[in-house]
Design a binder for this molecule. Structure first.
Ligand code: R5P
Length: 297
């Protein structure tokens, strides 16, 4: 029977304006619902930050130290990562599909460590990215590199495809050996990525003027960990970066090459999401490391 007599029971609360909340991530307010939802799988909407666990290194390095057996070394860390950054081969073969965080797929590649690294192509189709339910595609951008224009073109093509399907694009600024990694260079590279459409950018932390890198980039920045450092120093790097405006870390070797990766990723989390200071985070790391060692012995 038609519902004709219940209007009196309805309450439209006409005096309460419909809520229109800004999206929590810098530069992302005008994106569509789907891409914002995927960005919320990468960045924690409460802290506005992310701990991305990067272990895509094999796409040009092969089985590097700490990644010989991803099933044994990395899978146990995944519950502590907001997001995994990896290749489709490792995702499909080794990562449980029940993993609930964001997936950032390595989407460019080609040359190995034995060749000119900047000579990358797009290495995945958008159908495959959608099939794998990725939240973002990661693409290397070699500003100042031999194949600068091609790498930027790879990024802009992925941005076009990603925007069509509501998938974010992560521009990764790759610094060639011949280039100086300073604020001047990082400002240039990150700004170019943002101007040409990257949804967010991954770059390196620089000690001087990193806050100006963040200020000049209209989209979120996450920092790469880089070469393995002593744990205390890596925690300090993460702290300094987020304190100066980075929206988190995309950390690989400083986690999976740590003497205790499961303790290190948890300490990094406390820095990124709870703003704890490096010394406190280091003490937390030591406590978890010792617990872990005593459980194993
Ligand atoms: C490098 O291009 C790879 O994509 C890594 O994901 C990236 O360098 C982050 O890893 P790490 O913290 O080891 O530098």
């Amino acid at each position: 029977m038609a519902d004709t007599d219940i209007d009196s029971a309805k309450d439209y609360q006409v005096d309460v304006p419909v809520r229109t909340e800004p999206f929590f991530l810098k530069g992302s307010n005008h994106l569509d619902w789907g891409i914002k939802n995927r960005l919320s799988q990468i960045f924690n909407p409460v802290s506005g930050r992310t701990v991305m666990l990067a272990f895509d290194h094999g796409y040009f390095l092969g089985p590097t130290s700490g990644l010989e057996r991803i099933d044994l070394s990395i899978v146990p860390l995944t519950p502590y990562a907001d997001t995994l950054m990896l290749t489709r081969g490792i995702l499909r073969t080794l990562i449980p599909p029940s993993y609930a965080g964001g997936i950032v797929l390595r989407s460019s590649g080609g040359p190995s460590i034995l060749k000119e690294l900047s000579d990358e192509e797009i290495a995945i189709s958008i159908d495959e990215v959608i099939r794998l339910n990725a939240a973002a595609m990661a693409v290397q951008v070699f500003v100042g590199g031999e194949h600068e224009t091609k790498s930027i073109h790879n990024m802009t093509r992925l941005v076009d495809l990603g925007n069509r399907h509501g998938i974010a694009t992560l521009g990764v600024t790759a610094v060639g050996r011949e280039l100086v990694r300073d604020a001047n260079y990082i400002r240039l590279a990150t700004r170019i990525c943002a101007e040409l459409g990257a949804t967010y950018v991954k770059t390196y932390y620089v000690e001087e003027d990193f806050d100006t890198v963040v200020a000049a980039c209209p989209v979120p920045i996450v920092i790469a960990g880089g070469k393995k450092l002593p744990e205390r120093d890596a925690l300090e790097l993460a702290f300094n970066a987020v304190e100066q405006g980075a929206c988190g870390v995309d950390m690989g070797r400083n986690i999976f090459q740590s003497e205790c990766p499961i303790a290190m990723i948890q300490a990094v989390r406390r820095v990124v999401h709870d703003n704890i200071r490096p010394q406190e985070a280091y003490e937390y790391f030591l406590e978890l490391r010792d617990q872990n060692h005593s459980e194993r012995s």
